[in-house]
Design a protein around this ligand. Structure first.
Ligand code: FES
Length: 106
């Protein structure tokens, strides 16, 4: 596992949302109500970009069909159509002035 820096901690604030690509994976780093999260950038349902997602409490809501996921665990909380897999989430990692992800190769 290796640390990959995504941004400087000083740049983060509530409302922060930025997309990154780590190897094949598109990720979103976001801060909401003082908490920071890293989630996959496309909805697990039909791959709508989650850059446009709504955040409510600890939940992320995809605007396309209204599926709701836990920001903390990625669990699918509510589906308006067929179920889909959970949202992939990663713990936020810190190293010095950087915020990033602990990434496992392969
Ligand atoms: S694409 Fe996100 S809920 Fe359907």
């Amino acid at each position: 596992m290796r640390f990959i820096a995504l941004d400087k901690l000083i740049n983060l604030h509530d409302g922060y949302r930025r997309e990154f690509r780590v190897e094949y994976q598109r990720l979103l780093l976001l801060q909401h109500e003082g908490e920071r999260y890293i989630v996959e950038a496309l909805c697990p349902h039909l791959e709508h970009p989650l850059m446009e997602a709504w955040l409510e409490g600890g939940e992320l809501l995809c605007p396309l069909h209204g599926y709701r996921f836990s920001l903390l665990t990625g669990r699918l909380i509510e589906a308006t159509r067929e179920d889909c897999r959970p949202l992939r989430v990663w713990p936020v990692a810190y190293e010095g002035p950087d915020v990033g992800i602990s990434w496992t190769d392969g």
